[in-house]
Design a binder for this molecule. Structure first.
Ligand SMILES: Cc1ncc(COP(=O)(O)O)c(C=O)c1O
Length: 386
């Protein structure tokens, strides 16, 4: 398994450990606690929430708008408090394609870039592939805050071309406050460095609402990647976007001619209605309710399992980052859980942090309670056998 998860796919392109781990196991596990978004909605659940999809059967299945329909791009731009307009948006196939387009449009062989760590390792892997010189800057326990001082020092000492941050952060569930974002943005703009923020968990804050980096700094030298997979519970639409300066969006559009041409017109149609302000409010509310309730459930259960798992309670996102105090070989622990208990969680090794695990907390609360107890019992059993 180690080799499957860590060998190169192509020259200089590492296996994307997290996605490979999930692709290989998620259809087989009975208890799925590996997801990072809230439980997906069905089309009829969307309609029950008031999303009007009546005209969908009349939709002509053309290529549609390769950059995303004007209506969808307008709705997306309004998420950013109208600091930008639809010309600042390109719609992509998931945030995954948005990250790909951002890296390919911005970074070339030999460029120095700073990367927020730990991280969802897609951008990191892509940066390696294009030959960037990567400076990893690590968040630290117990709070996993964005280490602003270190970022500022590296800006001064290494003059990077771009800085890639995932905030709210996957896997730690920490999100930065506005003051930190403002200071980082101010230095980046002053030094002509592009800030690229993966904000796919933006909108699922459990404490204070987080500002997007674009709301903080405007669209100059600042890029926000986001999408509908996590907070909105619609990963099957495969709708994401890049929001940023117009020249970058134009370049990303030209790169997209090579990757997927256009988003699916069916998804574009549904997304345009899902991003009406009323529906946005309801979907964000749904996500927050699910995660808040599950956190309460997990807190209650964990009282009896303090020896098994040490949680870092998230301030955003639909996942729980935790330490396994009795093992540093968490890939082995995760494999045991899968093989012997049919439970799937994500090992810290996929975030370059063995000794930790990421557990999904976005399931419907009724199932979550049952499954979280199963996980705790299984972890205790694995602890006994290792
Ligand atoms: C930080 C981050 N970015 C991007 C993605 C890709 O999401 P999608 O392509 O479904 O929008 C994920 C998925 O887990 C993620 O965690």
């Amino acid at each position: 398994m180690h080799d499957i998860l860590f060998r190169e796919v192509l020259k200089n392109l590492p296996t994307f450990c997290l996605e490979r781990w999930q692709s290989l196991h998620e259809t087989k596990a009975e208890v799925l606690l590996s997801e990072s978004g809230v439980h997906p909605l069905s089309i009829s659940e969307l309609e029950e929430l008031g999303v009007d999809l009546k005209e969908i059967s009349k939709l002509e299945l053309s290529y549609g708008w390769t950059k995303g329909s004007p209506k969808l791009r307008e709705h997306i731009s309004s998420l950013y408090s109208n600091v930008i307009d639809e010309e600042n948006i390109i719609v992509t196939n998931g945030s995954a394609e948005a990250n790909l387009l951002s890296v390919l449009s911005l970074v070339s062989n030999g460029d120095v870039v700073i990367v927020d760590m730990p991280n969802y390792m897609q951008v990191y892997g892509l940066l390696k592939w294009v030959g960037a010189r990567i400076i990893p800057v690590w968040r630290k326990p117990p709070k996993w805050d964005l280490p602003l001082e270190e970022f500022l020092n590296f800006i001064k000492d290494r003059s990077p071309k771009a800085i890639f941050v995932t905030d709210p952060n996957n896997p730690t569930g920490n999100h930065a406050d506005k003051k930190v974002l403002s200071e980082l943005a101010e230095e980046a703009v002053k030094n002509n460095i592009t800030l690229v923020f993966d904000e796919v968990y933006w909108g699922l804050e459990l404490d204070d609402p987080k500002a997007s980096i674009i709301e903080v700094a405007g669209p100059y030298n600042v890029v926000s990647v986001s999408g509908l997979s996590k907070v909105y519970g619609l990963p099957g639409l495969r709708i994401g976007w890049v929001a940023g300066p117009k020249d970058l969006i134009d370049k990303a559009w030209r790169v997209k001619d090579y990757t997927s041409i256009a988003p699916s017109i069916i998804s574009d149609y549904i997304a345009s209605r899902v991003l009406e302000p009323e529906a946005v409010k309801k979907l964000k509310g749904r996500a927050k309710n699910i995660v808040s309730e599950n956190i309460n459930i997990a807190r209650g259960i964990l009282v009896d399992y303090k020896d098994v798992l040490e949680p870092y309670w998230p301030s955003a996102g639909a996942f729980l980052w935790a330490r396994i105090p009795w093992s540093n070989d968490t890939l082995n622990v995760a494999q045991h859980l899968f093989k012997n208990h049919s439970i799937l969680i994500n090992p810290g090794e996929c975030f370059e942090l063995p000794g930790f695990v990421r557990i999904g907390i976005g399931q419907k609360p009724y199932y979550f309670k049952e499954n979280f107890i199963k996980l705790m019992e299984a972890l205790r059993a694995v602890h006994r056998t290792l």
